[in-house]
Write a protein that binds this ligand. Structure first.
Ligand code: LMR
Length: 335
């Protein structure tokens, strides 16, 4: 009996040992969900982060990238992050209000950033840090800001003057600032998940939308919009965010390697965004399936004038603090 007990204990010990070593070998999984195609600045950035994170941690971390709303659509992915069923996202900052962080919408103000460099510099400065502080109480940690350049706008008619927008149903991604500037020009904005836009344009559920060239190309929006105005009237940016409980629970050395991977993936993404969008615009043009329009200085002035009320209104939505930080950082007057 005693012998049998010793035998059992030895077997149990061996089993326990092998379970421990198996679990020591199990990689930490990061599910990184996003809504765009792989072949876009964000898609490429996510894959670059995967490559670097797995390399720097010697495979102790495995990053699973799920593009194209494969796992979750816009709103659901934010909920999934808070619940911990995904660990990492890079939503556009237009989608942060459900997180209780409306301040991020300030970045959607029309003609706010004069170019990508101004955006990148601002986000690496005090305003970027201030915005990420807003997420702390929500169980979310902000890691980086990614770039996707400037929005174009489209419909089945040329949009050259504010009056051309009159009565059009325009798809927006979530920001009340975009809602407001589309109202300023007489259109009717409608929030819709990114994965539903192509069909909505095709069937006429909405008349038009705004987005960057890389998204127009990879989602084929240009096939169902007769006219695209290369207006670059607002900027599309992402905040890469993680579930704080997951992030803070990582061993410190792993977190340091992942931070390094994220910093490098960020520089990579922000360095390719402009070229990716330029190439996408050239491909859209070459397709011959839509007409591209460019605004004259007088037309741009007319848009700016028509959308000026958004700037006055913004303070009530996003608060004065973020607007002051932006105005200081970008050296501009807010109204
Ligand atoms: C959109 O919904 O239009 C964008 O946020 C998509 C994206 O993530 O680029």
């Amino acid at each position: 009996m005693k012998k049998l007990f010793v035998l059992f204990s030895a077997a149990a010990a061996v089993l326990a040992m092998s379970a421990i070593s198996a679990s020591a070998q199990q990689p930490i999984i990061i599910k990184f969900s996003h809504v765009v195609a792989n072949d876009t600045p964000k898609g490429k950035g996510a894959l670059k982060f995967k490559e670097l994170a797995e390399k720097y941690t010697n495979g102790k971390v495995k990053v699973e990238v799920y593009p194209n709303s494969q796992l979750f659509k816009d709103k659901e992915e934010i909920e999934a992050l808070q619940l911990g069923s995904v660990q990492m996202l890079a939503p556009s900052t237009a989608k942060f209000a459900p997180l209780g962080a409306k301040e991020f919408e300030a970045l959607d103000l029309p003609w706010l950033f004069k170019d990508d460099a101004a955006y990148d510099k601002a986000m690496k400065g005090p305003v970027g840090k201030w915005l990420f502080k807003k997420l702390e109480s929500k169980g979310i940690t902000g890691l980086a800001f990614w770039d996707n350049g400037f929005h174009m706008v489209s419909a089945n008619r040329p949009l050259l003057m504010p009056a051309d927008f009159q009565g059009l149903k325009m798809r927006i991604s979530g920001s009340k600032i975009a809602d407001r500037y589309f109202r300023d020009v007489g259109s009717i904005p409608q929030i819709m998940a990114f994965s539903e836009v192509y069909q909505a344009l095709q069937t006429g559920v909405v008349d038009g939308c705004e987005n960057t060239a890389s998204n127009y190309l990879t989602q084929k929006f240009y096939e169902v919009q007769k006219d695209i105005t290369v207006s670059y009237h607002a900027h599309l940016q992402y905040a890469v965010i993680v579930n704080s409980k997951f992030w803070n629970g990582l061993p410190a050395d792993i977190r340091a390697e992942l931070t390094k991977a994220m910093d490098e993936a960020t520089d990579y993404t922000n360095s390719i965004a402009a070229k990716e969008n330029k190439d996408a615009l050239a491909a859209i043009k070459a397709s011959g399936k839509t007409t591209l329009h460019y605004l004259t200085p007088a037309q741009i002035a007319a848009w700016k004038k028509a959308m000026a009320p958004t700037y006055k209104w913004a303070k009530g939505r996003v608060g004065g603090e973020v607007l002051d930080l932006l105005s200081k950082e970008l050296n501009i007057k807010m109204n």
